[in-house]
Write a protein that binds this ligand. Structure first.
Ligand code: ADP
Length: 174
């Protein structure tokens, strides 16, 4: 019985897309690249909770520990240029007022992009093979008339979102 549920959860991954499980861009905790890593910014990062529905079931753990990865954008929130790992802040002294741009240039963490219609089984496979970490930014293609397509970032998806979908399917099917 249990095996059947797990298999059914795994099979359901083929029916759902990253768009179905992603955290929407407006709910993503991110930082502009021109931020200064002063005391205020650093405590915002450590306390980052976000406002998305995803947080509701995460109990109070979120209140103690912020996100482990923070997207960094330049200008517009949909223009994500890199990711800050909060562990990279370990040697940053808030009194130094370090520019986030300097830290980002040093680490140069790559971003992983994925189209919104990618199914969760494909996403899971990609995360497993992943050399770019277990987070991807979800993109949509915007076509206007005959002009070249424009890519728009609409959210982020992590390995946890995919696994959660698998486990939920298993519980609901009970
Ligand atoms: P973490 O490692 O920070 O705990 P997870 O990969 O476990 O993050 O993801 C937990 C949930 O939080 C997922 O639903 C994911 O989409 C969301 N998430 C991850 N990073 C952020 C962020 N910077 N802002 C908003 N939501 C995020």
């Amino acid at each position: 019985k249990e095996e059947v549920n797990i298999i059914s959860g795994a099979l359901d991954l083929r029916k759902k897309t990253v768009n179905d499980v992603m955290t929407k861009l407006e709910d993503v905790f991110m930082l502009p690249i021109n931020s200064i890593l002063d005391f205020e910014t650093m405590s915002d990062i450590v306390k980052s909770v976000g406002s998305g529905a995803h947080q509701d079931h995460r109990l109070n753990v979120r209140l103690l520990a912020g996100y482990s990865r923070i997207p960094v954008y330049e200008g517009n929130r949909s223009n994500i240029v890199t990711v800050l790992f909060t562990k990279d802040l370990a040697f940053v002294d808030p009194d130094d007022n370090t520019a986030l741009r300097t830290l980002c240039k040093y680490y140069q963490n790559p971003c992983n992009f994925v189209f919104e219609d990618v199914t969760l089984d494909v996403m899971l496979k990609q995360f497993k093979e992943g050399h770019k970490g277990h987070m991807a930014f979800v993109q949509r293609i915007k076509r206007e008339g005959d002009s070249d397509p424009v890519y728009e970032t609409i959210g982020l998806v992590t390995l946890e979102d995919v696994i959660e979908e698998m486990i939920q399917a298993e519980i609901v099917d009970e």
